[in-house]
Ligand binder design. Structure first.
Ligand SMILES: [Zn+2]
Length: 87
């Protein structure tokens, strides 16, 4: 993929073309990874997008925690059954 390639990256809220706010280069082994951070040209809209992103992330984290809890419970039950068998 050529550098500085322009591609459509519309804002998920307002559909306006997002602008590059930050580009960072990171060397990983023999290759350089370029990370581009884009934001909505409308700061108010960008704030909303960030809030939404945070909400989604929290939701995902909560789901992850729940499934981990369930796994813990399953394990605890299994251990209890095993302990009962060995008793
Ligand atoms: Zn926007």
């Amino acid at each position: 993929m050529p550098m500085n390639q322009t591609y459509s990256n519309p804002c998920i809220r307002c559909g306006r073309e997002r602008i590059v706010s930050k580009t960072s280069k990171e060397r990983v082994g023999n290759s350089v990874i370029v990370t581009t951070l884009t934001v909505c040209p409308d700061p108010a809209c960008q704030k909303e997008v960030e809030r939404e992103n945070r909400r989604m992330r929290d939701k995902k984290l909560a789901m992850k925690r729940k499934s981990e809890e369930r796994a813990e419970q399953r394990k605890a039950t299994r251990d209890a059954v095993r302990a009962a068998k060995n008793a």
